[in-house]
Design a protein around this ligand. Structure first.
Ligand SMILES: [Fe+2]
Length: 257
């Protein structure tokens, strides 16, 4: 039988207390969500059971090569998810913008930022998403752009809806946008999720809560920024992404919800 929200919430609290105890005892906050985070049930089958292999004799060797991708076919239209079809998608139009920075606060320039998300009803345009919320013929939910010289990125889209999933009874994901960033070295590759401020579903969600350090969790939540709102057009959210170092934006433990 599927676990109840109360059972999942108790496990979330236990994991968070265990992190708090470790940090209080002088340990560093975790730099990655637990790969076998039990409240997120399917992570039990997906996490590596053996220690990770080192890449070559020299761990720095992973930094010698960077990801390569084509830049010529990225157009401005790719960053506006509201203009990819004949008509306008339904939902609350939003602008999501911010900067991509390295651990020293330096802008990460010319880097590919990719996003994917559910539509305003909480439905992905994907065959694996069959829950009974409407698809939007004017919304695919996929975008990409390159960071500029200041490391800045920006997307225009609609605010995604919350959606149910089957981790436990009555499991709902808070609204989120998936992000993928290549960075300038493979060790900077980041796949994560951005959340919206004040979402009442935060405490119930084992994916967000798999980031057991509260400061790191807060870094996954965008801020409403009135200066980014466009008159008569869209509401603005700011979300800066730090690829590595102690203030890093942490990855999500999986990337398919
Ligand atoms: Fe998702």
């Amino acid at each position: 039988m599927a676990p109840t929200q109360d059972e999942i919430s108790a496990e979330i609290a236990a994991a968070r207390e265990s992190t708090a105890r470790a940090v209080a005892a002088g340990g560093a906050p975790p730099s990655h969500p637990g790969r076998d985070y039990p409240p997120y049930r399917s992570s039990a089958l997906r996490h590596p059971r053996r220690p990770l292999l080192r890449v070559g004799a020299d761990p720095e060797a992973a930094e010698w090569h960077g990801p390569v991708f084509g830049v010529t076919d990225i157009t401005a239209l790719d960053a506006d998810l509201t203009r990819q079809h004949q008509g306008e998608p339904l939902g609350e139009r939003i602008t999501v913008a911010g900067r991509v920075l390295d651990r020293g606060g330096r802008p990460v320039r010319g880097q590919l930022v990719e996003v994917w998300q559910a539509n305003a009803s909480g439905r992905y345009a994907h065959r694996r998403d069959q829950h009974p919320a409407p698809l939007d013929p004017h919304f695919t939910g996929v975008g990409r752009c390159l960071t500029d010289d200041q490391g800045a990125y920006a997307f225009t889209t609609v605010r995604p809806g919350a959606y149910p999933w089957r981790n436990h009874t009555n499991a709902w994901r808070p609204a989120h946008i998936h992000f993928s960033l290549f960075g300038t070295a493979f060790t900077q590759r980041l796949v994560t999720q951005m959340y919206f401020p004040g979402d009442p579903l935060f405490p119930y969600d084992p994916i967000l809560q798999s980031v057991t350090d509260s400061a790191a969790r807060a870094r996954l939540v965008a801020a409403y920024d009135h200066r980014l709102s466009t008159p008569e057009r869209s509401l603005g959210y700011r979300w800066d992404i730090v690829l590595d170092g102690p203030a890093a934006t942490l990855p999500d433990p999986e990337e398919d919800h």
